[in-house]
Design a binder for this molecule. Structure first.
Ligand SMILES: C[S@@+](CC[C@H](N)C(=O)[O-])C[C@H]1O[C@@H](n2cnc3c(N)ncnc32)[C@H](O)[C@@H]1O
Length: 249
């Protein structure tokens, strides 16, 4: 259990809409295939999905043969959605509310999936806390894979991705801790969104090494695009990125 009471989480207000956004083509064509290619074979693995959100990827990895999946998220509304899906179609996944910054050791995992966790760190110190939590919960030889806001993009790649259903703006000047605002468009012309934070790519590299995680790298996304669709414009200097590292064996 968390050692302090949890605050109202940003995603409590947008849980349904965020979950619906998992059906947007940029997620199904780019995000999910990139993540699955990083994940590889999960048969028999103990997996921690941190943060699990509504459990979209927890369920996918359970279906792909993971031996166990535990999902943890700061937002109780997201966890309730995940639990509801588990009640409707049980896959043996356990979900709970928790703060990655205050998690301690919850298990010894072969694989930690961190899909959009690290971009919530506003400072180097916060990123180090997240990276240390990952290290502490991996078995020696265990792997970290995930997705992230892409801190490597050039400044002119912020702005509207209207064709893909969202926009992404960064506070200027883009310095450590600068706010990155994602807004998703609703059919009625309004939008909802959330904030991430920018830290330099080099900060990520230094922090993961400092936490004891080896081989940290950002991984350029791929597109599993339907025939006839050209995703090269989205993939060029892509707003999202894969990432990977491992705990030395
Ligand atoms: C963009 S969503 C991604 C959810 C899921 N990984 C996915 O890819 O669908 C980000 C999630 O991170 C959660 N989150 C933010 N800060 C967190 C923290 N410190 N500990 C645990 N979860 C956190 C939010 O509640 C939200 O559900």
């Amino acid at each position: 259990m968390p050692s302090k009471p949890l605050q109202h989480a940003e995603y409590d207000d947008i849980a349904d809409e965020y979950a619906a956004s998992k059906q947007l083509p940029f997620r199904t064509v780019v995000e999910a295939p990139t993540l699955f290619s990083l994940v590889g074979d999960v048969q028999g693995l103990a997996v921690l999905d941190l943060p699990c959100g509504d459990g979209t990827y927890s369920r996918a990895l359970a279906r792909r043969g993971a031996a166990s999946v535990q999902g943890i998220d700061l937002s109780s509304a997201m966890i309730e959605r995940a639990r509801q899906a588990e009640r409707q179609a049980p896959l043996g996944i356990s979900y709970r509310v928790g703060d990655a910054a205050d998690l301690g050791i919850v298990g010894a995992f072969d694989l930690i999936l961190a899909s959009y966790l690290f971009n919530y760190a506003q400072t180097r110190a916060q990123l180090l806390v997240f990276a240390r939590v990952v290290y502490a919960n991996l078995k020696p030889g265990g792997r970290l894979v995930g997705m992230n806001d892409n801190p490597r993009t050039s400044l002119d790649r912020y702005g509207s991705y209207a064709a893909y259903g969202f926009s992404r703006e960064v506070e200027r000047p883009r310095r450590e801790g600068a706010r990155v605002r994602y807004s998703f468009f609703r059919p009625n012309g309004t939008s909802f969104g959330f904030d991430n934070f920018w830290l330099a790519p080099q900060t990520y590299e230094e922090v993961f090494a400092e936490a004891g995680l080896a081989g940290f790298r950002f991984v350029d996304p791929l597109a599993a695009s339907p025939e006839g669709e050209d995703w090269s414009g989205f993939l060029r200097d892509c707003p999202i990125t894969g990432l990977a590292a491992h705990r030395p064996g």
